[in-house]
Design a protein around this ligand. Structure first.
Ligand code: ATP
Length: 242
């Protein structure tokens, strides 16, 4: 348990119908901190993010966001309380322009037009590649650019917490480095609390301050990435070594 700011899950249980996927899982990310979440396929990483963002309701445990208990609230309320969820597979609106996709990201603050313009400028500073493509249909962007747009859209709501589901999926190593470097800047410059779900353990551990290894809906290991990298179980399961 940390300061209570950022995001905190305590003894979380969640699943789909009668199938429980998370069996009492605790995790926290403080402002200015990136926490990587790794684990085998089906360990429950995406389910964890859905439970944090209100897409599925936890059956037990608590979720705290910015010090407030948001357990059981829906996704709109949790987004309005400061959490942005960047889902798997970069769900941009393909026929809309980059600019319109960004504007849609600010729906929780849509009445504040001046704030919206400022925010857009800021997001484009973080992702300059989007600035050159504002009028382009999002569906015609490269995979890396779509990922940048997906993150940029999340940032438009001025979140305090950003949760990302496998942003590196299918991207070239150079693009992954670029995107993860930007996440590092967002952590430091904006003080965001970031939960980064990744299959790409090496890349995630490079940028993360702390990491959690999930196994079948439970926390198997947690700690600073350099310690986890030295752990035999992590070596064998995720880094192809021993
Ligand atoms: P991956 O790395 O493969 O995406 P993950 O760690 O993100 O895996 P989840 O997607 O959270 O794992 O899935 C955890 C378990 O929940 C799996 O057994 C999966 O089949 C199940 N599951 C996921 N989504 C649903 C759903 N909508 N309905 C029923 N079961 C689901």
């Amino acid at each position: 348990p940390g300061s209570g700011q950022g995001i905190e899950a305590v003894d979380l249980e969640a699943g789909y119908g009668r199938i429980e996927v998370l069996h009492g899982l605790s995790l926290a990310a403080e402002p200015g901190e990136i926490v990587a979440v790794v684990g085998a396929n089906g360990a429950g990483k995406s389910t964890l993010l859905r439970a944090l963002s209100g897409l599925i309701a936890p059956t037990a445990g608590r979720v705290r966001l910015g010090g407030a208990d948001v357990t059981g609230r829906g996704p709109e309320a949790i987004a309005a309380a400061g959490l942005a969820h960047v889902p798997e597979n970069r769900l941009v609106f393909p026929t809309l322009t980059v600019d319109d996709n960004l504007t849609l990201g600010a729906w929780t603050r849509r009445r504040d037009k001046a704030g919206l313009r400022q925010r857009r400028e800021r997001v484009l500073e973080y992702f300059p590649r989007l600035a050159d493509r504002l009028g382009q249909a999002a569906g015609t962007l490269s995979g890396g650019e779509q990922q940048m747009l997906s993150i940029g859209r999340g940032l438009m709501a001025r979140p305090s917490v950003l949760v990302l589901d496998e942003p590196s999926l299918g991207l070239a190593p150079r693009v992954v480095r670029e995107i993860f470097a930007t996440l590092g800047r967002l952590r430091s410059a904006e003080g965001l609390a970031i939960v980064l779900v990744e299959q790409n353990v090496r890349a995630a551990f490079k940028v993360a301050d702390r990491a959690t290894v999930l196994d079948r809906g439970r926390v198997l290991l947690e700690g600073v990435p350099s310690d986890l990298l030295a752990d035999d179980r992590v070596q064998q399961a995720y880094l192809g070594g021993g």
